[in-house]
Write a protein that binds this ligand. Sequence first.
Ligand SMILES: Nc1ncnc2c1ncn2[C@@H]1O[C@H](COP(=O)(O)OP(=O)(O)O)[C@@H](O)[C@H]1O
Ligand SMILES: O=c1ccn([C@@H]2O[C@H](COP(=O)(O)O)[C@@H](O)[C@H]2O)c(=O)[nH]1
Length: 202
Amino acid sequence: MLIIGIAGGTGCGKTTVVNQIVNELPENEVGVISQDSYYNETSHLSYDERTKINFDHPRAIDFDLLYDHLVALKNNEVIEQPVYSFVKHNRTKDSILTHPHKVMIVEGILILTNPKVRELFDIKIYVHADSDERLIRRIKRDISERGRDIDEVLLRYQTTLKPMHQQFIEPTKEFADIIIPNNRYNTVAVDIVRTIINERLL
Ligand SMILES: Nc1ncnc2c1ncn2[C@@H]1O[C@H](COP(=O)(O)OP(=O)(O)O)[C@@H](O)[C@H]1O
Ligand SMILES: O=c1ccn([C@@H]2O[C@H](COP(=O)(O)O)[C@@H](O)[C@H]2O)c(=O)[nH]1
């Protein structure tokens, strides 16, 4: 199994890059794990308390579960990947049966911050987009897809997204084997990553 970690700040285009890679590979050979599925289970908190969580700090993520799931997949076991709701700020009661594949892609803002998880990656990729570009994309996406308004996104950006990005996310660029510049759609970089995957799969 080849495990690829794709990190980068919110709105940099990780999900988009993953989809571009996956779309060109045979369906049965690639699986995707999202770090977002591994936000801590917080049913013991009220909705208001959950809105105050700092979702951009590494301690918001259940890295132990993510690590256990990746090891299980490596051992050819099927896992139950939790499903997260950005509207409720919590895991739902559902899970997705995720089967091991020749290529497993793990994407998320903080996945390169955890040393144990980082060690499991055969290829580490960091997707870069400038912070103004990321903020614009985040505003548009969170309003249209995640039930937020402009004040919520801007307040969160100033209070947590920006400082956490500088403290935890941007520094993980140094762990990357490949950095994809993604201020514009970068099909050349995606082609290169796909070629590397195909070579490793031979
Ligand atoms: N290179 C790009 N240029 C313009 N918009 C992009 C680009 N990559 C992604 N987007 C858009 O930006 C938003 C955030 O992208 P997404 O892939 O969800 O980022 P991430 O997963 O890193 O948060 C989406 O609406 C997506 O369509
Ligand atoms: O309940 C939540 C949990 C997380 N977030 C934000 O999501 C992004 C990470 O997702 P990307 O798809 O990589 O953007 C992170 O910046 C959290 O702040 C949220 O808004 N609500």
